[in-house]
Design a protein. Structure first.
Length: 356
């Protein structure tokens, strides 16, 4: 009986001990995040860096992916506020859900972050989800890839790695870009897992173009590899992404889609152009988001094929490297190709219809 009581007491004690520990950890994580944002708002990047884990700072050009997303969306950190919506503690790390908004309207959330915090050298530091979620994964290196996988059954054989290395070299040569780094490839089990690594919605495959990271449910996704390598067309100091129709068009043209080859996409483009007279170059360029799914992919890849095969790679790279030009998209295209989009559209459609 006495023993039972002492065990009971011990459990009670341990219980209260661990909850004290955990709230302490949560407070530390919150303080870490607050100090990090404060340093960033003050423009003190060196200070901000102290609040991030070492491995990601070494590996990635831009280590905080969610801050980068904000930056690419032209949101100025100095002019926004945040509130912590939820805090969770799991398995040795803390998750903080953060809503960003403009001070004048706190009900309009402009970005939702899910931020991870972990102890390193006795202090809390920030981390991307991918860092935490793939901590225990295995890896195998090839000439151009670091292949990450969870269990031995997903271990890539030499044949697969050779195929990936060859594809990498083919794309680097074709695009004539200087790509030196290894690409991190994460082999996932589900679309949910792929999305989770990037803190985004579910997807069969995704990549981080800037940092050279790819994740997919298949053991090799050429489309995403093209995205990563083609980002090198942009000049290094360029702080924007390429236009979507060019970015996706190029990846579909050289890498196909997850389950379809580039040739299948071209035959779909032909069918679509034959059936639908409303397909226009202007709307593909200006309202790319309207062209979803396989048909959108088909049209974009056929356009990029047309531009590269008829006018050369140099002009295409020039257009691509200008990045998002928003309201001057049509003018930029006409400038570089020296023709109106109406004429270009006619030539593009004739080109696609003439393909076998
Ligand atoms: Zn894509």
């Amino acid at each position: 009986m006495e023993k039972a009581i002492s065990i009971f007491m011990m459990i009670l004690f341990l219980g209260s001990y661990s909850s004290a520990q955990s709230s302490e950890k949560i407070e530390e994580a919150k303080a870490c995040f607050e100090n990090y944002v404060k340093a960033l708002k003050e423009g003190d990047e060196e200070k901000a860096k102290e609040y991030w884990n070492r491995k990601e700072k070494e590996r990635y050009k831009i280590y905080d992916w969610q801050l980068r997303d904000m930056f690419f969306r032209k949101v100025n950190l100095e002019s926004v506020d945040y509130k912590i919506r939820k805090v969770e503690e799991t398995d040795g790390y803390i998750i903080i859900h953060v809503d960003w908004y403009y001070p004048e309207d706190s009900s309009k959330v402009i970005q939702k972050d899910v931020r991870y915090f972990i102890r390193e050298d006795k202090k809390m530091v920030g981390a991307n989800p991918i860092f935490i979620l793939t901590r225990d994964w295995l890896k195998k290196e090839s000439k151009h890839f670091v292949y990450h996988f969870k269990t031995r059954k997903d271990e890539p054989d030499q044949k697969l790695l050779d195929k990936m290395d060859n594809f990498y070299e083919k794309i680097v040569n074709f695009l004539d870009v200087d790509y030196q780094d290894r690409i991190d490839y994460f082999r996932c089990d589900s679309a949910k897992e792929v999305g989770g690594l990037f803190n985004l919605e579910r997807s069969l495959a995704r990549c981080d173009m800037i940092n050279g990271v790819v994740a997919g449910i298949q053991n090799f996704v050429p489309h995403e590899i093209v995205h990563v390598i083609s980002f090198k067309i942009m000049s290094p100091e360029e702080e924007r992404l390429p236009e979507t129709y060019l970015n996706e068009g190029l990846a579909y043209y050289l890498g196909g889609a997850t389950f379809f080859s580039s040739d299948t996409l071209l035959s779909w483009a032909k069918t679509k152009i034959l059936k639908d007279p409303k397909v226009s170059l202007d709307s593909l360029v200006l309202r790319t988001e309207k062209y979803q799914g396989n048909e959108g992919a088909a049209l974009m890849s056929s356009l990029v094929k047309f531009l590269i095969e008829n006018y050369g790679l140099d002009k295409f790279k020039k257009l691509y490297s200008l990045g998002k030009t928003y309201d001057q998209r049509i003018e930029t295209l006409e400038d570089i190709y020296g023709e109106t989009t109406k004429r270009l559209e006619k030539k593009w459609k004739n080109f696609v219809l003439s393909l076998h």
